[in-house]
Design a protein around this ligand. Structure first.
Ligand code: IMP
Ligand code: MG
Length: 196
């Protein structure tokens, strides 16, 4: 095997799978960056002269928002919101709690909600409902990943990076128990006991 460069060795240890966790590459960093440039172009061409407020959903969307914002020309500001699911069956109850609200008014503004991944869609449905009540001029959604198969509600994103299969993914902001967010790539995580 060829000797690895120092940079390659460092990258390997960016997030080390614990125990029997296994990760498999799904989307390499450069492919993500290329797609983000296209998404930024699409967003700006839909709103050529508008100031845009990118509204990131903490914490998963932080890396995506940081890269997307740098590719959109013109006036761009950002703010953040934090939500969590609760209830007995948090995956399907659709009960979402607002943990941190935005700092300023969105009335009359063109707002792009920036999310890491669209799964059941319940989080986004809740967010769009409360944001719409605040009378933004335009309200759009940009997600990096879309697990189309898992949707439980008819919410959709206006800008989608990649449709992905029904697998649990980590990296590039996405976590498993708060770990792996720092991986530069998106990877599929297989947990102990899973055969796939
Ligand atoms: P939804 O309400 O089911 O659409 O859930 C969306 C949220 O669930 C995302 O913002 C993520 O925080 C989390 N999530 C869903 N699927 C994954 C995954 O494959 N990896 C990591 N987090 C995920
Ligand atoms: Mg999230």
């Amino acid at each position: 095997m060829p000797k690895k460069t120092k940079a390659a060795r460092l990258k390997d240890t960016a997030a080390v799978p614990l125990g029997t966790e296994r990760v498999k590459l799904l989307l390499p960093h450069n492919k993500i960056q290329k797609r983000i440039r296209e998404m930024a172009k699409a967003i700006r061409s839909d709103f050529p002269t508008e100031p845009l407020l990118l509204l990131g959903v903490l914490k998963g969307a932080v890396l995506f928002l940081a890269d997307l914002a740098r590719q959109i020309p013109g006036e761009v500001t950002f703010d953040f919101i934090a939500v969590s699911s609760y209830g007995k069956d948090s995956r399907t109850s659709g009960q979402v709690k607002l943990n941190k609200d935005i700092d300023s008014s969105i009335e009359g503004k063109t707002v792009i909600v920036v999310e890491d991944i669209l799964d059941t869609g319940l989080t986004l449905r809740y967010l769009l409902r409360i944001l719409q009540q605040r009378k933004p001029k335009n309200l759009r959604v940009a997600v990096l990943l879309d697990k189309v198969e898992r949707r439980l509600t008819d919410v959709h994103a206006d800008y989608v990076g990649f449709p992905i299969p029904n697998e649990f993914v980590v990296g590039y902001g996405l976590d498993y128990a708060e770990r792996y967010r720092n991986l530069p790539d998106v990877k599929i995580l297989s947990l102990p006991g899973e055969t796939r």
